[in-house]
Design a binder for this molecule. Structure first.
Ligand code: ZN
Length: 268
């Protein structure tokens, strides 16, 4: 856990200790600060007066190391044709924030990519923005999901990278996926994923729903897939899959069972 920079009680709030003011002050110093509840230990972002999890009013400010992974992203094109990417980023300390991300020159960022914070000080306020972490920290790293939702980041990030083994790594040896009444084991899933990767897919989880209980989770994901169709033209579909996941003894989450809830329908 990070060093505590400052502890603020909601009962002794002053203009100087208002959440937004404290955040901005640390940002000016090049520190990405977040709050942690002293009652339930939840990491809190954006800054608040009360813990959104337990309602606790004593929050400790800590400094994030500024490293995280892209949970979801969306590229926005301006009228002049230039574009920028807005992403939800899961920081290593356990909070999620929205920001812009910039890839290495000539590349695009993908879900699951590691990013690191930097501060844009062009305006008066220092703005936290993220850049892709050096690629050597990404290559050949066995990516492990630390939450059920992160399983999707690992899985779809690997597919977008053309990394078949990375995608298969979210399964256990016993994993079964039911599709069209057939029970597909890991060997069959590997074959199908390899065929999918051959279509140069761009996969994006649009919405993830998780019900977690102890070491298991029920999850659903609405997923948008853009890939080469049979005639070579790009095809975009949206469908929904459901999974049962389990947390292994090493703390990582894997898929145990999966099925199709809604087959991918072609969208414009
Ligand atoms: Zn709390």
């Amino acid at each position: 856990m990070s060093e505590v920079l400052l502890t603020v009680s909601s009962e002794e709030l002053t203009p100087e200790t208002a959440p937004g003011t404290v955040y901005d002050r640390f940002a000016q110093e090049g520190v990405l600060a977040y709050e942690r509840c002293t009652s339930c230990d939840s990491a809190i972002f954006p800054p608040r007066v009360l813990c959104p999890v337990c309602g606790g009013g004593v929050l400790a400010w800590e400094a994030s190391a500024g490293r995280g992974r892209i949970y979801s992203q969306s590229t926005i094109t301006r009228r002049d044709g230039s574009s920028y990417t807005v992403a939800l980023i899961d920081l290593d300390e356990g909070f999620r924030m929205m920001s812009t991300v910039t890839a290495a020159a000539g590349a695009a960022t993908a879900i699951g990519d590691e990013v690191v914070v930097t501060f844009d000080t062009e305006d008066e306020q220092a703005l936290a923005v993220f850049v892709a972490a050096a690629s050597d920290t990404k290559e050949n790293t066995l990516r492990e999901a630390r939450t059920p939702a992160e399983v999707y980041a690992v899985f779809y990030g690997a597919i977008n990278d053309g990394d078949l083994e990375g995608a298969v790594s979210v399964y256990t040896p016993e994993t079964i996926f039911v599709r069209d009444g057939a029970r597909l084991d890991v060997a069959e899933l590997r074959t199908r994923l390899a065929a999918m990767i051959d279509t140069d897919p761009r996969v994006r989880p649009v919405d993830i729903r998780v019900i977690e209980f102890d070491d298991h989770a029920f999850t659903e994901v609405d997923v948008e897939v853009e890939r080469n169709g049979a005639d070579g033209a790009r095809v975009r579909t949206i469908g929904t899959d459901a999974h049962v996941m389990r947390r292994l003894e090493d703390g990582s989450w894997r898929v145990l069972r999966g099925t199709v809830v809604r087959k991918g329908e072609i969208v414009a």
